[in-house]
Design a binder for this molecule. Structure first.
Ligand code: SMO
Length: 767
C-alpha cells in the first residue's frame, strides 16, 4: 500500500518539541563569533520632517561600535523597488519611483516604527540604552490615517506625486448592470488591519568575508532574499549566501527580506563586524508589515426567488506608508471577487492609498480572504433582504459541478470543483436543520443567549505565480539513503515529512532514510520558496518528478547489475529493491544501484515550471452564541469542508486547516491593529492586540472532501490559506445571524462585545 494519503505523524516534531528549533537568534556558527548587536532607532511620530539628528551622545555610550544614519549610507546604490512577489501580469504596481521607500529615513518619517538610525553595540542591552541617546528633531506634519483622510489629500506623504492615491483602476459603475434586479443591496464593510504575529519575530544575522556576504534570515524564501540583497547591493548573486534555518512562522509577512534586514546586512559591511538583529515583540507589532486593511463597498442584486444577477465590489486598499505588496493585494481580491458563484455580471474597481501607518503586505491569504469576506457578507445581506435561508441562496448560485473548468467573469479559470456538494456536506454534517430549529426556539422564548449560524462558501486561487516554478534535487547515496534539496521553504508546514513520503512512495526508500534540506542558497541556488499555498503543488511535484527520474536511472543501473533487460525489471516498493520480474531472489538494493552509478552519482534535478494555479474550495459553518445583553459572542462549533484536491497526508492538511481556522476566527472576533487619528498605534502590545488562544475556540469538525486537481500529477491544490479564508466570514455571518431577528444586518469585524451590543441597541432604537 502506498504511503501517500496516510496519516504519517510529523517527523519534525520530536526535535522541535524536545531540543527545540534552531532559529536565527539561536545560531552559534563560527562566522558569527563576536557578532555585534543592531538596535534600530525608530520614529515615535507618524508623520514629520526630520530637521536634525544628533548622534554624538550615543556614540559615547558604553559598548557602542557605531551609530549610523542615512548620512552613512553613501556607499549604497539607490534603493530597490518592492522586495516582494513578482507582479502578476496586469496588476498595476505603484512601487519604486516617486513612491519608493528609503532604507533609512531621509528627511521625513511616514509611520511610527520607521527606522531612522541604527545603533551597533557589543551587547544587546547597551543598544537599548544608546538608542535613547540619539536625538532626532522632528517637525510634525498632519498625519494621514484611514481612507477618507488619504483620499481628501490635505496632507500628502509624497508631495511630488500630488496625491495619496497610488493606484486607481477598474470598471466604472455601469447603471445597466443592476437594471434587471428586483432587489439590490449595498453596504460598506471594513476588512480591518491585522498584525501577522508570527511566534518568531523578524531576525537577521549577517557577515562579510572575502567579498562574500552571508545572511541568516527568518524568511519564507532564501532564494528570493538573495535576489533582493543582490539588487540592493548591486552584487552578483553568486557572492551572496542566504540561509533560512528553522523559521517560527511567517504567514506571508516573511516573504523575502525587508528594509530592516537589508540595513543589517549593509551595516555589517560598513562596520566590518558580523551583526545580529532580532526584533522585540513591540517592534514586530509596529514595524513588521500588517495585512488586510481594505474598505469595501459591496453591491449585490438579483431576483426575489434567490438568483444573484449582478455584483459590484469597490475596494480602497490601505497600503500604509509605502506601497510594498499591499499595492498588489486588491488585484487578487478583484480576481476572486465573484467567489464560488455563477454570477452573470461582476464589476470590480479599486484604489490603493498611502497612509501614515506601517506598510501592508501579504498575510495568510493575501487578497483572497478579503474577496471571500466581501461576497459572503453580500450574499447574506441579499438573503436577509429577500427572506431566504442563506444556505438556499448559496445552493442556487454556486457554480454547478458540470460547469468546470469555469471561467469567472473576473478572469480566473476555476479548474475543478464540487461546490454544491461541499455545502451540502457541511449542512448534513452539522445538523443544520436542527440548529435552525434550536435557533427558532430560542428566538421564540426570547432567550438572552441567542444562536447564530454563519455560512461561508469560498474558492481561492493558490500558486497564482505557478509559472515561477519550483526546484528539487534528489540524490541517492551509496548507503541507500537519500537527500532531497528543495526550493520550497519550511516554516512550520511539515515539508520534511511530506517530501520524504513522496520519495518513499516512488522509490521504496524508507522515509526515515530520507533527509530533506531547504533554505540554503549555496546548496540550492535556484528556488522560489513558500507562500501562496504553492508548496505541494509545485515543490512537491518537483520532488516527485525527481524521484521518477531517479527511478528510471535506477532501472538502467539495476539492469546492468542483474544483466537483464530494463523492460524485465521491477521495483519492489515495499522492500525498496530492484528485481527481475517474478524473481525476488535475485534483487539489488538502492545502495547497490547507487554504487553502480559511479562518480556521476545517482541524482536528478528538476525545475518544475509547467504548473498552473489551482482553485481549492469549501464551505464553513460557524455556530455562535451571542449574549444579547452584553454583546459577547462565543464560537461553539465550526464545521468545514476544505477541498484541496488529493491529500498527501491528512495529518499535515488538518494541521493547516486548524491553524487557518483559528486565525480566521480571530479576525472575526478579536484582532485589529488600531491607530489613533494622529497615527499612533494603540494596539502595540499583545495585551491590546488580542490574538486568539485555544480557550476561545471549540474543537473543529473537519469533514473530508477530495476533488483532484487535473493540472498536476499529485492532484494537489493548496491548503495553507483555506482555513483562514472560510473561517472569517462564517464567524462574522454567524454573529450577525444570531441577532438578525432584532433587525441587525451588519457588524464590522472584529465583532467585539461593544460593537455587537451597539448594533443591537441601534437596531432596537430604530424600530
Ligand atoms: S500570505 Mo502567503 O505567504 O502568500
Amino acid at each position: 500500500m502506498s504511503i501517500l494519503g496516510t496519516r504519517v505523524v510529523r517527523t519534525e516534531d520530536p526535535r522541535l518539541l524536545t531540543a527545540g528549533g534552531v532559529y536565527v537568534d539561536d545560531l552559534r556558527v563560527p562566522e558569527l563569533e563576536g557578532a555585534a548587536r543592531v538596535t534600530f532607532v525608530r520614529s515615535p511620530i507618524a508623520h514629520a520632517t526630520i530637521t536634525g539628528i544628533d548622534v554624538s551622545a550615543a556614540r559615547q555610550a558604553p559598548g557602542v561600535v557605531a551609530v549610523l544614519t542615512v548620512a552613512d549610507l553613501d556607499d549604497l546604490p539607490p534603493p530597490p523597488d518592492d522586495p516582494g512577489m513578482s507582479g502578476t501580469e496586469g496588476a498595476p504596481l505603484p512601487m519604486g519611483g516617486a513612491w519608493s521607500e528609503p532604507l533609512l529615513a531621509v528627511d521625513r518619517v511616514r509611520f511610527v516604527g520607521e527606522p531612522v538610525a541604527m545603533v551597533i553595540t557589543s551587547d544587546r542591552y547597551q543598544g537599548e540604552d544608546a538608542a535613547e541617546l540619539v536625538s532626532v528633531d522632528y517637525e510634525p506634519l498632519p498625519a494621514v490615517v484611514g481612507p477618507d483622510a488619504a483620499i481628501a489629500g490635505s496632507s500628502l506623504l509624497f508631495p511630488p506625486t500630488g496625491t495619496n492615491v497610488a493606484v486607481a483602476t477598474g470598471a466604472p459603475a455601469e447603471p445597466s448592470t443592476f437594471a434587471d434586479c428586483e432587489v439590490v443591496v449595498e453596504h460598506t464593510i471594513s476588512n480591518q488591519r491585522l498584525a501577522p504575529v508570527p511566534m518568531e519575530g523578524r531576525a537577521v544575522a549577517a557577515q562579510w568575508a572575502d567579498g562574500k556576504l552571508t545572511v541568516w534570515a527568518s524568511t519564507q524564501n532564501a532564494q528570493i532574499s538573495r535576489f533582493i540583497l543582490a539588487g540592493a547591493f548591486g552584487l552578483d548573486p553568486a557572492s551572496i549566501r542566504v540561509v533560512a534555518p528553522d523559521v517560527g512562522g511567517g504567514f506571508g509577512a516573511k516573504i523575502g527580506v525587508d528594509r530592516d534586514a537589508l540595513l543589517v546586512a549593509w551595516a555589517a559591511k560598513h562596520t566590518g563586524t558580523p551583526l545580529r538583529w532580532a526584533e522585540t515583540r513591540s517592534e514586530n507589532l509596529l514595524a513588521m508589515t500588517h495585512g488586510r486593511a481594505q474598505r469595501q463597498v459591496v453591491k449585490i442584486g438579483g431576483t426575489r426567488d434567490g438568483r444573484i444577477l449582478a455584483y459590484r465590489l469597490e475596494i480602497v486598499q490601505d497600503t500604509g506608508a509605502y506601497p510594498r505588496m499591499g499595492g498588489f493585494l486588491p488585484f487578487l481580491t478583484s480576481l476572486m471577487a465573484a467567489g464560488p458563484y455563477d454570477i452573470a455580471k461582476v464589476e470590480t474597481a479599486y484604489r490603493v492609498i498611502v497612509t501614515n501607518t506601517a506598510p501592508i503586505s501579504a498575510y495568510r491569504g493575501a487578497g483572497r480572504p478579503e474577496a471571500t469576506a466581501a461576497i459572503e457578507r453580500a450574499v447574506d445581506l441579499f438573503a436577509a433582504e429577500i427572506g431566504m435561508d442563506p444556505a438556499e441562496v448559496r445552493r442556487i448560485n454556486l457554480v454547478p459541478a458540470d460547469k468546470f473548468p469555469y471561467s469567472s467573469p473576473c478572469g480566473a479559470v476555476y479548474d475543478t470543483g464540487a461546490y454544491v456538494e461541499a455545502l451540502d456536506k457541511v449542512l448534513a454534517g452539522s445538523g443544520y436543520a436542527e440548529l435552525r430549529a434550536e435557533q427558532a426556539r430560542r428566538r421564540q422564548r426570547g432567550d438572552v443567549v441567542q444562536l447564530g449560524l454563519g455560512l461561508a462558501s469560498y474558492v481561492e486561487i493558490t500558486a497564482a505565480d505557478a509559472a515561477g516554478g519550483e526546484t528539487a534535487r534528489l540524490d541517492v547515496h551509496d548507503d541507500g539513503t537519500a537527500t532531497v534539496y528543495t526550493g520550497s521553504s519550511a516554516h512550520g508546514q511539515g515539508h520534511h515529512t511530506a517530501w520524504a513520503m513522496l520519495v518513499q512512495s516512488e522509490l521504496g526508500i524508507d522515509m526515515e532514510r530520507v533527509t530533506v534540506i531547504h533554505g540554503d542558497t549555496d546548496l540550492i541556488p535556484l528556488g522560489v520558496g513558500t507562500y501562496a499555498s504553492r508548496s505541494l503543488q509545485l515543490g512537491g511535484v518537483a520532488v516527485q518528478k525527481a524521484a521518477v527520474d531517479v527511478k528510471e536511472q535506477g532501472r538502467r543501473l539495476a539492469a546492468e547489475l542483474l544483466e537483464a533487460s530494463e523492460s524485465d525489471l521491477e521495483l519492489d516498493i515495499e522492500r525498496g529493491t530492484w528485481q527481475v520480474r517474478g524473481d525476488p531472489e535475485a534483487s539489488r538494493t538502492w545502495a547497490q544501484v547507487a554504487r553502480q552509478a559511479g562518480d556521476a552519482g545517482l541524482t536528478a534535478s528538476v525545475n518544475y515550471t509547467e504548473g498552473q494555479p489551482t482553485f481549492p474550495f469549501g464551505t464553513h459553518l460557524a455556530v455562535t452564541e451571542v449574549d444579547t445583553e452584553t454583546g459577547k459572542a462565543r464560537l461553539i462549533r465550526h464545521v468545514t469542508v476544505d477541498d484541496a484536491g488529493t491529500v498527501l497526508n491528512p495529518v499535515l492538511a488538518e494541521g493547516q486547516r486548524h491553524g487557518g481556522i483559528a486565525q480566521g476566527v480571530a479576525q472575526a472576533l478579536l484582532e485589529e491593529m488600531v491607530y489613533d487619528a494622529d497615527g499612533n498605534p494603540v494596539t502595540g502590545t499583545l495585551v491590546d492586540y488580542a490574538i486568539i488562544t485555544a480557550a476561545e475556540l471549540p474543537s473543529f469538525e473537519l469533514l473530508d472532501s477530495e476533488t483532484p486537481a487535473t493540472i498536476n500529477p499529485l492532484g494537489a491544490k493548496g491548503i495553507g490559506e483555506a482555513g483562514t479564508i472560510g473561517a472569517t466570514p462564517a464567524t462574522q455571518n454567524s454573529i450577525i445571524d444570531a441577532v438578525s431577528h432584532l433587525g441587525v444586518r451588519h457588524i464590522d469585524m472584529p465583532a467585539t462585545p461593544e460593537r455587537v451590543w451597539a448594533a443591537i441597541t441601534a437596531a432596537r432604537e430604530s424600530q
